[in-house]
Design a protein around this ligand. Structure first.
Ligand SMILES: Cc1cc2nc3c(=O)[nH]c(=O)nc-3n(C[C@H](O)[C@H](O)[C@H](O)COP(=O)(O)OP(=O)(O)OC[C@H]3O[C@@H](n4cnc5c(N)ncnc54)[C@H](O)[C@@H]3O)c2cc1C
Length: 461
């Protein structure tokens, strides 16, 4: 037994998982990055336990990989050789709902869906929502600054966190479980841990912002002719729904028809095929009044040719049917293997040209390419799935796409993060000065380079 394992065992409330007891699930996330078994898995149940594990690992120069719900898509939580996995799965639960402050204090390993359900039961909404809601944890959401379906209205995870507690690589606990929206008392240190993918500290608890629950929701699936129509529609709905536009999910024909043709239980409500589709939603305070507004704005858009066809949800079942098309992406792994998956952002004004450019460059190199495009669009985010069926084409596909993102001054990661997958391309979206400052922060907070080493930033030679 190695020294660090012997030193850790007596500190823990649950024994370390070792050897054959380490389940395969601790070896990889949802990305296609290589899986690897950790040397052991620690599953602390309190902040103090996380701190004592990190103190001990620091004393033995033991590298640690942090694991939440393992739904990440960039390989950040995949162990690398010789790493100890620290899983937050037992550090789970809701500590408090403060009705007056409209906040919820949670432990980092709490699944997102549990938080959403607890907020709903208390008459509120926690508006972070993504397809992996059942498996991802709030700590992972915070560490990746997750986006999801409602960024347009509520912002990314960063906007939903008021207070945070994190443990540094040397075991120091930095706790600021702030509940106030306004707090300019010097540096806002929580921002260091939000979106830094476990490289600067381990998130252990957080104070989340809750919102009043919408009293109404209206949904529609719209068919569009071209991308300029998408922009027109977005502007029209943002203006006419007076801040109530809560979803604007665009699906290009390639994605839409792939899902409706392949995924079981998913069907298009349109008889015809169209070049583009948008799933749009309005949330507000009165179902009857909002439904009238919704129908009249969409009716006008149809009359004026901004959309070419529309199906308005008449029931919750209809709404779920529309979302099944958008969320069908989670089901296509069985049909499309060895794909290069992108979550990039480019300015909306350049999106059409960007897509035409990658299409031309990719098809020149890979004539048999399957390419599916969809995205939240209003927040500049596009998801693109590319596959030729050949694993060796993944890296060349990355190169074409990320080089193009660089030319269009976009971001190589809109919401999933860098992990290990995008290390080679980060320079497209960050300047040398930004990268140098990131390295200084890493050096200051984790001088031995023990927390998630080689994720986000390459290891120093
Ligand atoms: C079907 C599906 C749909 C998805 N949709 C979206 C989407 O719409 N938007 C979006 O942004 N993402 C999406 N994702 C990606 C993924 O769900 C998010 O990145 C999620 O936030 C990861 O949470 P997790 O708990 O699974 O983290 P993990 O995968 O376990 O970890 C992700 C990263 O965070 C670090 N980490 C985890 N917990 C902590 C912690 N407590 N402290 C410090 N570091 C930590 C890990 O080391 C790793 O680097 C989707 C994934 C799937 C599979």
């Amino acid at each position: 037994m190695s020294q660090v394992i012997a030193a850790l065992q007596p500190l823990l409330s649950s024994p370390l998982l070792l050897g054959a007891d380490i389940g395969e699930r601790y070896s990889h996330d949802w990305s296609s990055e290589p899986a690897c078994m950790p040397i052991a898995v620690a599953r602390p149940a309190s902040t103090e336990e996380v701190a004592s594990i990190l103190r001990t690992c620091a004393a033995h120069a033991q590298p640690v990989v942090v694991q939440g719900g393992l739904s990440g898509l960039c390989g950040g939580a995949n162990p690398q050789r010789g790493e100890l996995a620290l899983s937050l799965e037992r550090l789970s639960g809701i500590e408090e709902i403060d009705h007056a402050a409209m906040t919820m204090t949670v432990k980092a390993g709490t699944p997102l869906q549990v938080i959403q359900e607890a907020a709903a039961a208390a008459g509120f909404v926690f508006p972070l929502d993504l397809g992996a809601r059942g498996s991802c944890n709030i700590g992972g959401n915070i560490a990746t600054n997750a986006g999801g379906n409602q960024v347009l209205r509520f912002g990314m995870t960063r906007n939903l966190v008021l207070g945070l507690e994190a443990v540094l690589a040397d075991g120091t606990v930095v706790s600021s479980l702030n509940k106030m929206l306004k707090n300019n008392a010097a540096y806002d240190l929580k921002q260091l841990f939000i979106g830094s993918e476990g490289t600067l500290g381990i998130v252990t608890r957080a104070v989340l912002r809750l919102y009043p629950r919408a009293q109404s929701r209206c949904s529609a699936l719209l068919a569009l002719r071209d991308f300029p129509q998408v922009i027109d529609l977005l502007h029209r709905l943002s203006r006419d729904f007076a801040g109530g536009l809560s979803a604007f999910e665009v699906m290009w024909d390639s994605y839409y028809h792939y899902i409706t043709d392949h995924v079981k239980g998913v069907a298009s409500p349109f008889a015809e095929r169209f070049p583009l589709y948008a799933l749009v939603e309005l949330e507000g305070g009165n179902q009857q009044r909002d439904q009238m507004l919704f129908e009249s704005v969409l009716g006008e858009a149809l009359e004026q040719g901004t959309v070419i066809d529309a199906v308005i949800a008449a029931s919750q079942r209809d709404r779920e049917r529309f979302w099944k098309i958008r969320d069908g992406v989670a089901e296509i792994g069985v049909f499309i293997r060895d794909s290069a998956n992108f979550d990039v952002s480019v300015p909306i004004s350049a999106m059409q040209e960007f897509l035409a450019s990658i299409d031309k460059d990719m098809r020149a190199q890979f004539p048999d390419l399957t390419k599916l495009v969809f995205g939240h669009v209003a927040d500049s985010n596009l998801h693109i799935i590319c596959a030729t069926g050949r694993r060796e084409d993944i890296k060349p596909l990355y190169k074409v796409l990320y080089d193009t993102v660089g030319r269009f001054q976009g971001s190589v990661s809109a919401e999933h993060g860098i992990g290990v997958q995008k290390l080679d391309y980060l320079y497209h979206s960050r300047t040398p000065a930004e990268l140098a400052l990131m390295r200084s922060l890493k050096q200051a907070l984790d001088p031995q380079g023990l927390l998630n080493p080689g994720r986000v930033l390459r290891r120093e030679p």
